[in-house]
Write a protein that binds this ligand. Structure first.
Ligand SMILES: O=c1ccn([C@@H]2O[C@H](COP(=O)(O)OP(=O)(O)O[C@H]3O[C@H](CO)[C@@H](O)[C@H](O)[C@H]3O)[C@@H](O)[C@H]2O)c(=O)[nH]1
Length: 483
């Protein structure tokens, strides 16, 4: 067999270097499983400290645990490795955010280079690279090792398109957003969007390192060979079609764990509290789930007003109060709150959100509009009250409330009050508005279901990507052989 034939006979092998945030890790792991189930080989790498956090939260002390061992037993070819981000495992990255980000930008790419070099030089193979769009190293490394470069986007296509057209928005004076709110109708594939709905990084007039990373990532994504997006074609068809005029762009979402099977691959960075017994004791549709995801921070005042609203609303609730959601505050909740709600409220630091949302007792979700939460809530047919805090959440709210009408805003005015919180919770959980939202979310859920089913858009797009990336890998190999 000559070299070309031998490469042709090998499966494509994706090198997937995971991004360090929970909302990115979950769909990235799901992507790895999905690709492996299509017959690809995968080498999946987590950062050392993320690996450490995952093993700790899953109550195992074995540092060398392989999170894909179960998946491999089921026949999937997923190798697992870790790499350092240059800091000790115990280094407090959020307290030293800029130092961490600076190293991510300037030093971390060398670590990735070293790992990728080691992998591609260890065995010949049809390697290619998949990395989160926010990574700023893949283009250089893909070039160095002659690898097909796939960028994975974990937010809606709408948000992708806005970042993608940053220069156009700047030229028109609409980024950074000034006090004047205007409707923008000149971005290809976006009919109209008000500047108030732009991501928080477009609202800031002062630029920090984080802006530099994001904006640089969107310069580099223009060099990617393929872009995978965790969204659904039918939900964002015009935006996606316009992006497809520029680059190969595939809507392959929502990327869920296959049938939400029992967590066979550990993904959670925090230990999950078990809420099943408590939830099972509550009537169907009677519980509000409250969570602001893994990253967002807010003020103590917001927590106090939400607590007050929950108290006034008299509904059952599970509230994920993640450690660190409010900085440097020990006593978050108002005096006497826990006692007053002890029969109808459960407060936990973290849980398996998907297990909660799929429980019949859940009737509504008060969410920060993280993209995974939005997709999961729709999938489970649970209408939302939206309280976006930063980044894409602000833009995602527009999709949920204004475009798809499967949720309502928590605040109509500038500030949050417990009376309004209680009123919104009341109308989300029962009554005419609740029925309308449930009906609409049923329709959107159906769209997701059809997209994921055999020959649905996400299913077909995924297969199309598999074919296209395979062809491109072989084309690259051939070019190398010819040179
Ligand atoms: O107690 C909890 C809370 C959350 N989750 C899961 O954690 C993920 C959270 O993701 P997401 O809802 O997207 O929120 P963030 O963690 O805030 O995600 C970040 O990443 C997302 C994808 O890029 C962005 O849309 C968000 O704005 C950004 O903050 C979801 O899969 C949840 O199911 C749990 O399992 N248990």
């Amino acid at each position: 067999m000559n070299t070309e034939e031998s490469h042709k006979s090998q499966k494509p092998h994706a090198i997937m270097i995971s991004f360090h945030l929970q909302g990115h890790i979950i769909p990235f792991v799901n992507l790895a499983i999905k690709l492996a189930s299509k017959g690809f080989s995968i080498t999946f790498a987590h950062l050392d400290y993320i690996h450490h956090q995952i093993t700790k939260s899953h109550n195992t002390t074995a540092e060398n645990i392989d999170i894909f061992a179960q998946a491999r037993k089921s026949g999937l070819e997923i190798h697992y490795t870790t790499l350092s981000d240059g800091f000790p495992v115990e280094f407090n990255r959020s307290a030293n955010f800029d130092e961490h980000l600076d190293s991510f930008l300037y030093q971390f790419p060398d670590k990735v280079d070293e790992l990728v070099g080691k992998i591609v030089n260890s065995h010949p193979g049809n390697y290619f690279l998949i990395a989160d769009t926010f990574c700023v190293w893949h283009e250089k490394i893909a070039k160095k090792y002659n690898l097909v470069n796939v960028s994975f986007w974990t937010e809606p296509a709408l948000v992708f398109s806005l970042y993608y057209h940053l220069e156009l928005l700047r030229e028109n004076g609409d980024v950074p957003v000034n006090r004047r709110q205007v409707n923008v109708d000149y971005v290809p594939g976006i009919k109209s969007i008000n500047t108030k709905d732009f991501m928080s990084y477009f609202q800031d007039s002062e630029l920090h390192l984080i802006h530099k990373v994001i904006f640089r990532a969107f310069d580099l994504v223009k060099e990617a060979d393929f872009i995978l997006c965790n969204t659904v074609q039918e939900l964002e068809s015009e935006t996606i079609s316009a992006l497809q005029q520029k680059q190969p762009f595939y809507a392959i979402g929502p990327l869920f764990e296959p049938h939400f099977a029992n967590n066979s691959v550990a993904r959670s960075l925090l230990p999950e509290s078990n809420c099943a017994d408590w939830l099972n004791s509550k009537p169907d549709g009677s519980v509000l789930y409250v969570s602001f995801g893994s990253l967002a921070k807010t003020d103590k005042n917001v927590i106090i007003e939400i607590a007050g609203g929950l108290l006034l609303s008299e509904v059952n609730f599970i509230w994920v109060l993640r450690p660190g959601i409010v900085e440097s505050v020990n006593e978050l909740l108002p005096d006497g709150f826990l006692d007053s709600v002890k029969d109808r409220g459960l407060i936990v630091p973290w849980c398996s959100q998907i297990q909660i949302l799929t429980n019949q007792a859940i009737g509504g979700f008060l969410t920060h509009c993280g993209w995974n939460s939005v997709l999961e809530s729709i999938w489970c047919g649970v209408p939302m009250i939206c309280y976006p805090l930063f980044t894409d959440q602000i833009t995602n709210r527009k999709l949920v409330v204004d475009d798809w009408r499967v949720g309502m805003n928590l605040c109509d005015g500038e500030s949050i009050t417990k009376e309004e919180v209680a009123e919104k919770i009341g109308s989300l959980m029962s009554g005419e508005r609740a029925d309308e939202l449930r009906q609409e979310i049923g329709k959107v859920r159906k769209t997701l279901e059809i997209a994921l089913a055999k020959d649905g858009s996400s299913d077909k797009n995924f297969d199309c990507f598999v074919q296209d990336v395979t062809a491109e890998i072989l084309r690259c190999e051939k070019n190398v052989a010819l040179n």
